[in-house]
Ligand binder design. Structure first.
Ligand code: ADP
Ligand code: TRP
Length: 327
């Protein structure tokens, strides 16, 4: 069976971008593939989170994974730092990762710009740690949103380079994968860009109805179309993209026709969008609360997941040591 690996950093709650960009694929893939889903807590250290935040976020994401429908009987769910073999592979991959190429990664360059006083080596080598997560399990497919494409290219590059240096056909190149044909980018509500935690524009799966309504009603719009069938400016297109993702096709078509006929009332559209987002989130929200209350169960899921992940990781690390020339 083909293997699937993916992770999400525990830096807050899951939002609609995480869900439609990644977690939805996880849920669909667990029925067809041998899946390992993890919480990337080592990756989260690049931003120096407080210990209590790491503990809380890790539990939260675990409960949210389960609430979204990841089934621990089908897929392994584990915490990255429970599988120490990854660190060793990270070290080996770093020996073959070059400063120039790491510095050219767009997300690294962005961090350098945004947080010039915390450009740490963990940020620089973020792609090698991610590659270690993936190559560790010889993943065939990696479900991630569009924003992770460059990291995925690095993982393939590191796999090829390892094979070339040691003259082996050992690592296979992992493929970025989205269950529904193409990768989606969920837009934010602030008029431009993607939905993201650090962007401060996210709707979280655990947001209650009033919060969802408030966030949607605040979304940036304009004074309306000035001619029939005109191209939508970005903030408006973003609202339609969100509606396309969460609402029924009829609802989307209704408001799209209204836009094209210049009869659109953004207030009505936002009310509908908020209601549809709430309908989508409500059952997940209830399950998040239920799982969050059961710490014993969460700990058991993580333990079983780690055991399964460690088994495949141990095999890889022993083979890699042998290839490299270690005992
Ligand atoms: P954030 O950008 O909010 O910090 P992460 O970087 O932790 O989110 O992303 C975790 C997963 O969710 C990744 O697979 C990423 O591709 C996906 N993802 C995050 N935001 C979006 C978005 N707006 N659209 C699509 N996928 C997204
Ligand atoms: N870089 C990913 C993100 O920010 C998280 C991640 C870490 C990951 N390791 C991974 C995703 C391995 C897929 C596979 O979303």
């Amino acid at each position: 069976m083909q293997k699937v690996v993916s992770g999400i950093r525990p830096t807050g709650n899951l939002h609609l971008g995480n869900y439609f960009g990644a977690v939805k694929s996880f849920v669909q893939m667990q029925n067809e593939y041998d899946c390992l889903f993890f919480i990337a807590d080592w990756h989260s250290l690049t931003t120096h989170p407080k210990p209590e935040n790491i503990r809380r976020s890790t539990r939260t994401i675990l409960a949210e994974y389960l609430a979204c429908g990841i089934d621990p009987d089908k897929a392994a769910i584990y915490v990255q730092s429970d599988v120490k073999q990854v660190l060793e592979l990270y070290l080996y991959l770093n020996m073959n990762a070059y400063l120039g190429e790491l510095e050219r990664v767009t997300s690294f360059k962005e961090k350098v710009r945004k947080q010039p006083d915390n450009v740490n080596a963990g940020l620089l080598t973020y792609p090698s740690l991610m590659a270690a997560d993936i190559l560790m399990h010889k993943a065939d497919k990696v479900p991630v949103g569009k924003d992770q494409e460059q990291n995925m290219e690095m993982a393939r590059l590191f796999a090829r380079r390892f094979n070339r240096i040691y003259e082996v056909e050992y690592f296979k190149e992992p493929e970025s994968f989205h269950f529904n044909q193409k990768a989606v980018k969920v837009p934010g509500l602030d008029g431009s860009g993607k939905m993201g935690k650090s962007e401060g524009n996210a709707i979280y799966l655990c947001d209650d109805e009033a919060t969802i309504r408030k966030k949607v009603m605040r979304a940036v719009t304009d004074s309306g179309p000035t001619e029939p069938n005109q191209q939508k400016p970005e903030p408006i297109q973003n609202l339609f993209t969100l509606m396309e993702i969460v609402s029924a096709p009829d609802t989307y078509n209704f408001f799209n026709d209204q836009y094209n006929n210049m009869a659109i009332r953004y207030g009505d559209m936002k009310k509908q969008l908020a209601a549809d987002i709430n309908d989508f989130c409500a059952p997940i929200r209830e399950r998040i609360l239920a799982y969050s209350a059961d710490e014993e169960y969460l700990a058991k899921v993580a333990r079983l997941g780690a055991e399964k992940a460690a088994e495949s990781a141990q095999k890889t690390i022993e083979e890699v040591r042998h290839i490299i020339g270690f005992r």
